[in-house]
Design a protein around this ligand. Sequence first.
Ligand code: PBG
Length: 316
Amino acid sequence: MIIGTRGSQLALAQAENVARLLKAQGVETSLKIIKTSGDRFTDRPLHAVSSGVGAFVRELDEVMLAGEIDIAVHSMKDMPTVRPPALPTAAVLKRDTPFDILLTYDGTPLDELPEQSIIGTSSLRRTAQIKRYRPDLITQDLRGNIDTRLRKLKEGKYDGILLAKAGLERLGWELEGEILSPDFFCPSPNQGTVAVVTRADTEAEAAVSRLDHTDSRIATEIERILISELGGGCTTPIGSYAEIKPDRKEIHVRAEVLSLDGEETVGINEFIPMAGGIEKARELGSRLVRMGGKRLAEEALLKLSRDSCDSDDLYE
Ligand SMILES: NCc1[nH]cc(CCC(=O)O)c1CC(=O)O
């Protein structure tokens, strides 16, 4: 069976991990690197190449529908919610660390950074959250894949940068940094989770489905449901995080929408029962709308031109 992957270091590490997990089940695979247009034209904004969020995922979908690959591996947070019915997510892998990490030039923790320190990120969510937490800091755009970002930090262009911890873990890079609490830095929906896609009713689907991790599937589904009524997509700062408690009786759910400047927030933070959790998450999603979450998301959307639809999520 052929695993299709993008050529970035992170994508390769994720695909190689799936190959290893399948091999442990006696399934042999080979990797095929697919150059997506998003990878080819890195000098142009992604929305000018393909249509924004999910572009990488869509291109791998096409290659899979054409039969050139059997398995595709994605960072689940980059996958659009609406999926081709012929391409099921056969496995949601056990989640890695879902949180953001702050790496600083000289190891200073967030609370001790001097005023006006420069923090690099291109994610609207991270920008709004850092402005809310430390309005005195300055945020600046930071593009590129993970190694480019780390290089820019080392060069001293930023006092700190924000990343998903999971990316560093998968690359095996153990860097000193500060894990940010989801109470202040609610992660992107599905952050830290890898999804594996196949064609429906294939041998690949049967093999991959053995890698599925039930609780990670449930948590990621709940995160999507919580924010499903908000709209806004990549152009609004939205976080959503579901944490299944060890006794599997309760789920701690957090979700929030922020204004671009982080000054306004609409959010929920509560425990719901595991039984009936999906239904309860729908209710909470509607509550977020009633609390003004949709209005906030729409306002953010209006403030941004279509061209600034760029989150970290598009560039890694
Ligand atoms: N496209 C961004 C992206 N997609 C997945 C990860 C990290 C791993 C993950 O969250 O699964 C990242 C990097 C980041 O946000 O810093």
